[in-house]
Design a protein around this ligand. Structure first.
Ligand code: NAI
Length: 422
C-alpha cells in the first residue's frame, strides 16, 4: 500500500511503496519527466522485483499550475512536499511580472532547503573540454539560504539606498569605501554561524558516510573577512568540535607545524590519510577555479556559500559534459525535506521536438534513490548510463559533438538506458 516517507530521529523511514510528488515542469519538462520516471521505475523493478515501487503523484507548479489554478505555485504543492518529504521536479520558467522572482527560489525558501547538492562526475565517452575528465569526481555543497542571494538589495536613487548610505556614513563611519555615494546601489550579504555550520555539517556527514577523502571550504575570506572568512572559521571550528576523531583539519596541520616542525605536521597528515580520516582544508575561490581545472583529483567534497557555489557548479558541470546531464538536489538534512531537480532551464526552443536530453533529470532521480537508501537501483542506472554513453547512443546535444554517434530522441535515449540495465 502506498505510504509516506517519514523522518524518525536521524533516520529516513522509506516504505516499499513511497508516494513521491513530482512537478512536471515547463518547456522540455513535459518531454523529460515521463521518460525519466520510466528509467527510475525500471531500475527499481530490476533491483527489487515487485517488492518495491514508487507511487508518483503529480503536483502543479509553473505554467501548467497557472493555467489550471491561476497560481504559479499553489499552496497544495508546497503542502505535498511537506507531507511526503521528498519530491522531484522538472525545470520551471520564471514568471514574467508574476510577482514571484523565481519559483525555484520560492520553493527553496519556503521549505528551508539549505543545501544545494551537485555531484559532478564524468561518464565515459561524453564530450568534455578538459583533457582528463575522468579525474573529476566532486560533490558540491552550496549553501542555499544566505549570502548576497538573500535578496536584500536597494536600488540607487531609492529612498532606502539614500537612507542606508546616510546611516553608514553617520553611524558607521563609512566614507571613502563607497566611491560614488550618490549613485550606488547596495546589497547585503548575511553569513551566520548557524547557516555555515549546518551546511558544513551536512558536507562532513556525506564525506564520512561515503568514505570520501576530503572536504574543502571554498571562500574569499582574504577579502571578505567577516563573512567569507567567518564561514571558513565556522567550518573548521565545527569539524574539530563535532567530528574530532573522524577528521584532520588544515588548521591542525598548521598548529603542529608551528609548535613542532613541518616533518611532524606531514607525519600527522599522512597518518590521518592512512587511518581514513576526512581531510578538511580550505582554498580561496579564485584559486579553486584554477586548481579544479589543473588538479581536479585534489578535490572531493566542496562546501561553500551561495554565490561561489553558483559559479563553481556551472564550471564543474561544463568540465564533464555540461548542463544537459548534470543533476542537483535541494535538501534540508535536519527535517529530511528534499527536492531533486534537473539543473538546466526549460529550453523553450527545443520543447516538444524530442531533442531534449533527459540525463540531468534521470541522474537527479538517481540522487533521490540514493537519498532513500535504494542504492542498488541507483547503481543500475549509473551502470546503464555508462553503457549507453560508451555505445555513443545519445540525444542531439551530445550527438553534435561525438564522432560516429547514433542520434536518439529523448524517449529513445530513456529506452536505451532501460535496455542497458543488466
Ligand atoms: P536553459 O537551460 O533552458 O537553456 C540553455 C541552453 O541549453 C539552450 O540552448 C537549451 O536548448 C540547452 N538545454 C538546456 N537543457 C537542455 C537539455 N536537457 N537537453 C538539451 N539541451 C538543453 O536556460 P535559459 O534559456 O537561460 O532559461 C530558459 C528558462 O528556464 C527561463 O525561464 C529560466 O528562468 C528557466 N530556468 C529554470 C531553471 C530551473 O527550473 N531549475 C534553471 C535555469 C533556468
Amino acid at each position: 500500500m502506498a505510504d509516506k516517507i517519514i523522518k524518525s530521529g536521524e533516520q529516513l523511514k522509506v516504505p516499499d511503496n513511497p508516494v513521491i510528488p513530482f512537478i512536471e515542469g515547463d518547456g522540455i519538462g513535459k518531454d523529460i519527466m515521463g521518460p525519466s520516471q520510466r528509467v527510475i521505475d525500471a531500475a527499481v523493478q530490476k533491483s527489487y522485483g515487485t517488492s518495491r515501487k514508487i507511487e508518483w503523484k503529480e503536483v502543479l507548479a509553473g505554467e501548467k499550475a497557472y493555467l489550471q489554478t491561476g497560481h504559479w505555485l499553489p499552496e497544495e504543492t508546497i503542502e505535498a512536499f511537506r507531507e511526503y518529504l521528498i519530491g522531484i521536479k522538472g525545470p520551471l520558467a520564471t514568471p514574467v511580472g508574476g510577482g514571484i522572482r523565481s519559483l525555484n527560489v520560492a520553493l527553496r525558501q519556503t521549505l528551508d532547503l539549505f543545501v544545494c547538492l551537485r555531484p559532478v562526475r564524468w561518464f565515459k565517452g561524453v564530450p568534455s573540454p578538459v583533457r582528463y575528465p575522468h579525474l573529476v569526481d566532486m560533490h558540491i555543497f552550496r549553501e542555499n539560504t544566505e549570502d548576497i542571494y538573500a535578496g536584500i538589495e536597494f536600488m540607487t536613487g531609492s529612498p532606502e539606498a539614500e537612507k542606508l548610505m546616510k546611516f553608514m556614513k553617520d553611524e558607521l563611519g563609512v566614507t571613502d569605501q563607497v566611491r560614488f555615494p550618490e549613485n550606488s546601489s547596495f546589497g547585503v550579504k548575511p553569513i551566520s554561524r548557524e547557516g555555515s555550520e549546518r551546511l558544513v555539517r551536512a558536507a562532513l556527514h556525506y564525506a564520512i558516510e561515503r568514505q570520501l577523502p576530503s572536504v574543502t571550504l571554498v571562500h574569499k575570506g582574504n577579502i571578505m573577512k567577516f563573512t567569507e572568512g567567518a564561514f571558513k572559521n565556522y567550518g573548521y571550528d565545527l569539524a574539530e568540535k563535532d567530528f574530532g576523531d573522524k577528521v584532520f583539519t588544515w588548521r591542525m596541520y598548521e598548529k603542529i607545524r608551528s609548535e613542532k616542525s613541518i616533518l611532524d605536521a606531514d607525519k600527522a597528515l599522512e597518518e590521518a590519510k592512512k587511518t581514513g580520516k576526512v581531510i578538511v582544508k580550505d582554498v580561496i575561490t579564485d584559486a579553486f577555479l584554477q586548481e579544479s581545472l589543473l588538479r581536479p583529483y585534489d578535490y572531493s567534497v566542496i562546501a561553500t556559500m551561495n554565490l561561489n557555489g553558483d559559479y563553481i557548479s556551472d564550471q564543474l558541470a561544463a568540465m564533464v559534459g555540461g548542463i544537459g546531464i548534470s543533476p542537483g538536489a535541494n535538501i534540508n538534512y535536519n527535517n529530511g525535506y528534499a527536492i531533486f531537480e534537473a539543473t538546466h532551464g526549460t529550453a523553450p526552443a527545443i520543447a516538444g521536438t524530442g531533442k531534449a536530453n533527459p540525463g540531468s533529470l534521470i541522474l537527479s532521480g538517481v540522487m533521490m534513490l540514493e537519498y532513500m537508501g535504494w542504492t542498488k537501483a541507483a547503481e543500475h542506472v549509473y551502470d546503464a548510463m555508462d553503457h549507453t554513453f560508451a555505445k555513443r547512443r545519445v540525444t542531439s546535444d551530445l550527438h553534435a559533438q561525438m564522432e560516429g554517434a547514433t542520434l536518439l530522441s529523448t524517449s529513445e535515449f530513456a529506452d536505451e538506458i532501460i535496455r542497458n540495465m543488466h
